[in-house]
Design a protein. Structure first.
Length: 284
């Protein structure tokens, strides 16, 4: 079964998130447990979990994944930022488990004034302090575009982190199509080779979620600007350099079937239900 959905809002709890996903024709979805830019969070008992799960069961919504906020930076050398990252990641792990999701997606982090080796080892240090053998959910490291000092724009970065953590079975991967395209992986002309490279370096068994986004930039631009799927040059946000045909091939590729496919494409206005249109197009 194709598991496809989009990012939805948690502002009205899990019930509101599920209703929004259902309106798009989705059977899965992704949410943040609060605003992605800060640590302000509602109590778990205010998130309408029982009502949300009842709605999901009645409306064919299989499950959902959670995305950790952007402010978590495990690669930072600054003690206050690193301590915040560890503490809040621990809290997000607990909240994700309480909500009943199996996956928490995490941007690996940025090393800023240090170097890549430092960043990778700092991320490993942070994960080892937060994760133990009883940790639920699985932490999914997201592939990044390579802007600034990001860790994770090469498959080798993620493989090294997984190889060094104490509990590698608790770590998986979220692949973002815009990010890997912007990082230089040619999914447009050589998708099979990219998937083969991922399998050799990390292992496709580690791939649990795919963010399906177009890109506003050419291959290898290291920009990370998402585009609507197959958008032309007259689109208000800009043209897509990946294209609808490529996204369709990715979603329906037999090597990565049964993963969660989540849209994070731009929202243009409230008059156009783009997620519903994109999901329908991708389903074929």
């Amino acid at each position: 079964m194709l598991k496809i959905g989009s990012h939805v809002s948690i502002s009205n709890g899990l019930l509101g998130a599920a209703k929004e996903a259902q309106s798009y024709g989705a059977n899965t979805f992704m949410l943040y447990t609060g605003a992605p830019q800060n640590t302000i969070r509602k109590p778990i008992d205010a998130l309408k979990l029982v009502e949300g799960k009842e709605f999901m069961s009645k409306n064919g919504l299989i499950d959902f994944v959670v995305h950790a906020p952007y402010i978590i930076n495990l690669a930072s050398y600054k003690p206050e930022i690193f301590e915040l990252a560890k503490r809040f990641l621990g809290e997000e792990i607990s909240r994700t488990a309480s909500m009943g999701s199996d996956y928490l997606i995490l941007h690996p982090g940025s090393y800023t004034d240090m170097d890549l080796e430092y960043g990778i080892n700092r991320i490993v240090e942070g994960l080892n302090e937060v994760i133990n053998n009883d940790t639920v959910p699985t932490i999914l490291l997201e592939t990044m575009a390579g802007k600034g000092s990001e860790v994770g724009y090469r498959f080798e970065h993620i493989a090294e982190i997984i190889s060094k953590v104490n509990f590698p079975n608790k770590i998986g991967v979220c692949m973002d199509t815009c990010h890997i395209h912007d990082a230089g992986y040619d999914i447009v002309n050589d998708l099979d080779s990219v998937l083969s490279e991922f399998d050799t370096i990390i292992g496709l068994d580690k791939l649990k979620v795919v963010h399906i986004n177009g890109s506003l930039n050419k291959l290898g631009a290291k920009k990370d600007r998402h585009a609507n799927i197959g958008a032309s040059s007259d689109n208000p946000k800009g043209a897509d350099y990946i294209g609808a045909e490529v996204i369709f091939r990715i979603v329906h590729h037999p090597l990565i079937a049964n993963r969660h496919f989540i849209l994070e494409t731009p929202w243009l206005d409230k008059k156009t239900n783009l997620y519903k249109e994109e999901i329908a197009m991708i389903r074929g």
